[in-house]
Design a protein around this ligand. Structure first.
Ligand SMILES: C[S@@+](CC[C@H](N)C(=O)[O-])C[C@H]1O[C@@H](n2cnc3c(N)ncnc32)[C@H](O)[C@@H]1O
Length: 509
């Protein structure tokens, strides 16, 4: 692991033993919010079944040029010749005859595991075979990254002894098939079972900049990062970077002090504590004791204000006994007649209050403690201000979101931005303030508002505030690099249109 430690320390990071988490990845220097902490290539990544015919099998990009299909197996598509050549030397030379032999094999649930195992096993086998080269001074930069990935992968936790016997049986079958298909010289069939266990608690869904799931990836460096339900970092992807095989980018969403552990969230922040903890136990085999899960434990080292808001955020995600009744209320609320009366009253005014209070914390340089104070006031006032505070919870989200997109499809901009503001208010209460979900939702909302402005100055001003917040959040979550930078550029175009419109309105006065 010498070269892995060196690679990490080049980026100001260090890996330490931990009695409860096996290892922790911490920073040696202060990291400002919105920084790219480190970028690293995958050991293997490929599209999910529904994307195999539309997205490049090497870099997951939707190509501008017509797709190139492998003329032998007719199964894999690439965005260009460069990607095709890279895939050929990495794995396709060996896998192509297998794909051909398999004909129209169904891409079912086991397909992802089997395909990942084939690709990773081929790389590890090659690495073990040429270990003396990989350890020599002659090793090329690309092979050095491969070495870092292979070495790290071999140290990842597998929790093999904790998987159910049913799961292990399934893995045994996949391992047997892959072992008989590939001529592996340096890996045993039994080791392949451990690899499959590793995939299940370490691998990532690869999403595009809009958070649409495109594929799955093994990113050994990313797999060194532990979980927190209130994380200080996120992972994003740079789709379409052929040579780097869909690199993963680790970005800070908070200022991180020197010595602090870097954490990401393995689960959706809008899930209830019970659901999050169940998933973390069943898939990752640990009991989460992050500040959010342990917010009522006074021995946890956080400020009293933070503890108080984390307890209240938790209440917003709890699964309720009156879920059905709540659904009916939201459904009625969204029906056109009721919408006029009720959204405008209680929901709408509290929505405005949340947005007015929290938006400056997305655009300005306010400190985390100021943001927490504002959040605390809002959460404290919630019960005093509105009759149904339970409508600002996770339970309302999926229903309102569905209606929001229906209205967008119908180009009903007024209704869509009314619903979009309501969703934004719930997001702002539940999610960390600099979260890609918030940035992307702000962008959708800004577009709806812009479509509905009718050149009314107040509306243009309001949508301009939303677009400024969008830009700030996306600069932090997405950054300005490559594919992710494109979305920030789109926001800037919208911002310029709004500025021009505001100047026009001023001139006409
Ligand atoms: C993707 S790995 C993270 C890196 C891992 N700690 C290591 O040293 O290889 C996921 C595993 O790390 C451990 N882990 C991650 N976050 C944790 C947390 N918050 N508390 C305890 N264990 C954690 C669990 O064993 C989990 O299955």
């Amino acid at each position: 692991m010498q070269c892995v430690s060196e690679f990490l320390s080049l980026h100001g990071l260090t890996l330490q033993e931990s009695p409860t988490k096996h290892r922790t990845l911490s920073t040696l220097k202060h990291i400002p919010r919105g920084s790219t902490i480190i970028t690293y290539p995958s050991l293997a990544c490929f599209p999910i079944p529904s994307m195999v015919n539309t997205h490049c099998n090497n870099c997951l990009e939707i190509p501008i040029e017509p797709l190139k299909t492998c003329s032998r197996c007719r199964k894999t598509v690439y965005c260009n010749v460069k990607c095709q050549k890279l895939a050929w030397s990495a794995h396709h030379k060996i896998l192509c005859p297998l794909y051909k032999k398999e004909g129209n094999k169904a891409l079912d649930g086991d397909y992802m595991d089997e395909e990942m195992l084939r690709r990773v096993a081929l790389k590890i086998d090659r690495y073990l075979k040429k270990k003396s080269y990989y350890e020599s001074e002659k090793v090329s930069a690309t092979d050095l990254s491969e070495k870092i990935n292979c070495e790290t992968f071999l140290t990842l936790m597998s929790h093999r002894e904790k998987h159910t016997s049913e799961q292990l049986e399934k893995f045994k079958t996949i391992a047997r098939n892959v072992f008989s298909d590939l001529d592996l010289q340096n890996i045993t069939q039994d080791e392949l079972i451990t690899y499959l266990c590793r995939f299940s608690c370490n691998n990532f869904n690869v999403d595009d900049s809009q958070l649409f799931n495109l594929g799955e990836g093994t990113y050994p460096i990313g797999s060194l990062i532990n979980h927190s339900c209130r994380p200080n970092a996120i992972v994003m992807y740079s789709i379409g970077q052929q040579a780097n095989n869909g690199p993963q980018i680790l970005r800070s969403i908070e200022n991180i002090k020197a010595g602090e552990e870097i954490t990401i969230s393995y689960v959706d922040a809008a899930m209830s504590r019970t659901s999050r903890q169940r998933l973390l136990r069943e898939k990752y085999f640990f009991n989460c004791q992050c500040p959010r899960c342990s917010s009522d434990d006074i021995s946890i080292d956080i400020t009293e204000e933070e503890r108080s808001i984390l307890v209240k955020i938790e209440q917003l995600t709890e699964i309720r006994d009156n879920e059905k009744e709540q659904e009916e209320i939201v459904e009625n609320l969204l029906s056109s007649q009721m919408q006029q009366n009720m959204i405008k009253d209680s929901i709408s005014s509290f929505t405005s209050r949340i947005i007015i209070a929290l938006l400056p914390h997305l655009t300005g340089e306010t400190s985390k403690s100021d943001y927490i104070k504002t959040l605390e006031v809002l959460l404290n006032d919630m019960h005093a201000t509105i009759t149904r505070p339970d409508l600002f919870t996770t339970s309302s989200l999926s229903l309102v979101t569905r209606h929001f997109y229906d209205r967008i499809d119908l180009q009903q901009w007024r209704e869509s931005w009314t619903l979009g503001r309501y969703i934004l208010a719930i997001y702002l209460l539940i999610y960390p303030r600099f979260h890609p979900i918030i940035g992307l939702h702000l962008f959708s909302l800004a577009k709806c508002m812009w479509n509905d402005t009718c050149k009314d100055k107040d509306k243009v001003v309001e949508s301009y505030e939303i677009v400024k917040a969008t830009k700030k959040v996306l600069e932090i979550t997405h950054g300005d690099g490559f594919e992710n930078g494109k979305i920030v550029a789109q926001v800037m175009d919208l911002e310029i249109n709004m500025q021009t419109e505001l100047m026009e309105i001023e001139k006409k006065k």
